[in-house]
Ligand binder design. Structure first.
Ligand code: AMP
Ligand code: MG
Length: 338
């Protein structure tokens, strides 16, 4: 009797031990972080692969840099920008360019990666803060517009050699998606990938709960005396991206110039929107749409997000004096926990 009980005990223990590694709740969550694209990245993931993925992640970040960085003179985009002749591009750029054409069309030109020369002229590129004259803006507008670039069988042709592409409004979101595909390919089902504030949250956090994301909109001192608005949202299998004019801007003669350019006017977008947060199924879309909404202004942006049920949005806008207002879509309200 005694022995058979003991046997049963051993059999049960051995079975349980064998089953345990298969129970994914057991693998710990680990964090990796570093610098990329002039900003930081942070990744938390359930370590079902039992190793740090930092090296593999950084290799992929370098690859993105070699293709899309306007700050890297050797990158593919820099070669295109300096070229007077057609350039053959890599499949990753082809994929993102197609997305850019699509978003440009959907947003009626509010999102436009050919704003490069304007971004430079207004001092938000590599050069110092500058103030172009009205006639300079007018002449630069002639080389802005996505209809002035053509892609055929991975060969990119510019209608004018001075045309310059700027992927910065979408590259971080694309990077998040690129990394998340890598994590998916390794079978990791619980992770949070964030690059420069744009993120994708998959599965659950270490407590087995949906990821909690702080949507912070620190508004610059001039306008709102340093007020901080914060909302906590819970997301799973969704991307979150915020665009704002509170981080990259300068004030000249009492006028605020921010880094989102209205491709129709050639001037930095001037409307009441202070920040736009978009929740979307993927981060490339979230990033591109957030920038586009900043250009559109409050009314058009509300209409735009209402026309896309897959998006949830949160807008902060300035009102007279130091007041601010908020607009949240119904599906965004459902995500708010605090
Ligand atoms: P984001 O922080 O994602 O809103 O991206 C802003 C950056 O995108 C700017 O710093 C510019 O480099 C670039 N950009 C500015 N205006 C536009 C625009 N209308 N469409 C696409 N990219 C833009
Ligand atoms: Mg963006």
């Amino acid at each position: 009797m005694k022995t058979s009980f003991l046997n049963l005990f051993f059999i049960l223990t051995a079975t349980l031990l064998r089953l345990m590694p298969a129970y994914s709740g057991e693998a710990e969550y680990i964090k990796i972080s570093g610098f990329t694209q002039g900003t930081t990245y942070h990744i938390t993931y359930q370590n079902t692969v039992h190793r740090s993925l930092q090296q593999e992640v950084e290799q992929r970040l370098q690859l993105i840099d070699q293709i899309f960085s306007t700050y890297n003179p050797q990158s593919l985009v820099s070669r295109i920008n300096n070229s007077a002749v057609p350039v053959t591009i890599v499949p990753m750029m082809e994929q993102l360019l197609k997305k850019c054409f699509e978003v440009n069309h959907e947003t009626q030109g509010a999102f436009d990666i050919t704003v490069g020369p304007l971004v430079e002229a207004w001092g938000f590129g590599k050069s110092q803060q500058t103030q172009p004259l009205a006639r300079q803006v007018d002449s630069l507008l002639k080389i802005v517009g996505m209809e002035k670039i053509h892609l055929k069988k991975r060969v990119l042709t510019k209608a004018d050699s001075r045309i310059k592409l700027d992927f910065n409004a979408i590259a971080q979101g694309y990077t998040v998606d690129f990394l998340s595909q890598y994590f998916d390919s390794l079978g990791i089902t619980n992770y949070l990938i964030e690059v420069g504030g744009e993120l994708y949250a998959k599965g659950v956090n270490a407590s087995g709960q949906p990821w909690r994301i702080g949507v912070e909109a620190p508004v610059d001192n001039n306008q709102l005396q340093g007020e901080q608005i914060q909302k906590i949202i819970v997301v799973t299998n969704k991307a979150v991206s915020t665009s704002g004019n509170y981080r990259r801007f300068y004030v000249r003669d009492g006028v605020k110039y921010a880094h989102t350019i209205n491709p129709h006017t050639g001037y930095p977008a001037r409307n009441t929107l202070l920040s736009v947060t978009i929740v979307a199924p993927n981060c490339t879309d979230a990033d591109a749409y957030a920038t586009a909404c900043m250009v559109m202004g409050l009314e058009k942006a509300i209409q735009f997000v209402k026309s896309k049920p897959q998006l949830a949005a949160y807008f902060i806008f300035g009102k007279l004096g130091n007041e601010y207002g908020e607009y949240t879509t119904d599906n965004f309200k459902k995500l708010i926990v605090e």
